[in-house]
Design a protein around this ligand. Sequence first.
Ligand code: NAD
Length: 286
Amino acid sequence: MPARIIDGRAIAEDIRGLCATRVADLVNRTGVTPGLAVILVGEDPASQVYVANKIKACDKAGIRSFSHRLDAAVSNKVLIDLINRLNDDDEVHGILVQLPLPPHIDMRAVLETISIQKDVDGFHLYNVGALVTGTTIFSPCTPYGVVKLLEHEKIEIEGKNVVVVGASNIVGKPLALMLMAREATVAICHAKTRDLAQFTILADILVVAAGRPNLILPQMVKTGAVVIDVGINRLPSGRIVGDVDFDGVRAKASFITPVPGGVGPMTVTMLIENTLQSAERLANAQ
Ligand code: NAD
């Protein structure tokens, strides 16, 4: 039987609906409307689309967004001063700096300026380090979205062999730590891994985030494996595909995510979830 397709779009829609209810409840109970500040530096077209999508999704959930568009030539100081002001602003519960930043900007210094209580992207060193100890305030959105998909489908993580292909700071590494915290046995592969298939074939849960179309072929996948494709690749034809040979692998796997419509919609959803959690935490502390 072909794998069951994990419908990330529908799951994301459900979670966003629940978030909208929680937002309305928070506003009624406390008068606090969750707020997200989004900082975009420069005119990168892809970043503009991502930011517009994030703002639209927040709007729909009842989260107020504060958009700050800065010139590509902005100085480190101006950017850091802005973040400090947002750190002190009670109407802002989450601060997101859209990456990548222009090369003259000190990205680490910028991310480290964001208050750890408002770091809804989870990129501050505190939140990165806290993934190791299990004390994160915010988990990074894409890996968090992958974990939520697995949980939604009631796929057991504890004791499973998980192979993560891709070791970036924003997807592969944090995801590996999050799955380890859920007591999976995790292997991380990357571009220098020799004979990728000898690892992937052992995976009960295979997560692929490499950005290479057709990297994962059916013979590299164990029968019955759960396959989560994080990759987003635009082919010369304009078609968007993941990293997995979807049709071939679907015939062997038990669950599989499509691209588009799998992990992608969950990333923005987790940003909404993190911003809402931040506002709830603050309101409950008062
Ligand atoms: P990255 O370029 O920062 O990292 C890619 C990782 O894959 C690296 O660790 C690299 O060593 C590894 N890799 C590359 N080629 C490989 C190969 N042949 N075999 C094994 N490993 C290989 O990328 P990233 O930012 O982590 O993103 C990865 C993919 O996920 C991209 O396609 C990106 O567009 C997509 N992505 C999707 C979402 C989403 O919301 N769905 C979010 C972030 C990234």
